[in-house]
Design a protein around this ligand. Structure first.
Ligand code: HEC
Length: 139
């Protein structure tokens, strides 16, 4: 497993596009893009906009530590989006993006959160479904 992770990271670091890299759906119920959007803009659940920005007019302060989510659905397919949400460390071992559905190798986790992923499998599917709709970039 470790070896696969390292290989994937090397391919991405060299090229930018991480070909063939992704993760199949976590649930049999398809994600709901509307619920996914709500998670992305929520300041307590997703916290995505602490680091990312995007076309979310209702959110006044957005982050600049990470690429804009605008057009992300055109850059990455659902499997690649899912992998990054579940555990971005599998793409970039030095990432600052939290692993949203992994409980492996986490440091400094408070007792009440230990062993619990940040987002449930269904919430991951909702966010993937929403991000996949974000295929447009404003001119
Ligand atoms: C603490 C900062 C941080 C938070 C919070 C965060 N991300 Fe990220 N994210 C990053 C960084 C930095 C990258 C750039 C790649 C890397 O360094 O891993 C990234 C990359 C991504 C990518 C790939 C973008 C691309 O164009 O290649 C997606 C998709 C993504 N994040 C979605 C999300 C979503 C959805 C959430 C909330 C559920 C979220 N991120 C929360 C920091 C963050």
């Amino acid at each position: 497993m470790r070896r696969v992770v390292a290989a994937a990271a090397a391919i991405c670091a060299a090229g930018g596009v991480c070909a063939g890299e992704g993760m199949p759906p976590l649930t049999s119920t398809p994600g709901d893009p509307e619920r996914g959007r709500a998670i992305v803009i929520d300041r307590e659940t997703g916290l995505c906009l602490l680091c990312h920005s995007g076309p979310f007019p209702e959110v006044t302060f957005q982050g600049d530590l990470a690429p804009s989510l605008e057009g992300v659905g055109a850059r990455l397919d659902a499997a690649a989006l899912r992998l990054r949400l579940v555990d971005s460390r599998r793409v970039n071992p030095d990432t600052i993006m939290p692993p949203y559905h992994s409980t492996d190798n986490l440091n400094r986790v408070g007792a009440e959160w230990r062993g619990k992923p940040i987002l449930s499998a269904q919430q991951i599917e909702d966010v993937v479904a929403f991000l996949a709709t974000m295929t447009e970039v404003a001119q």
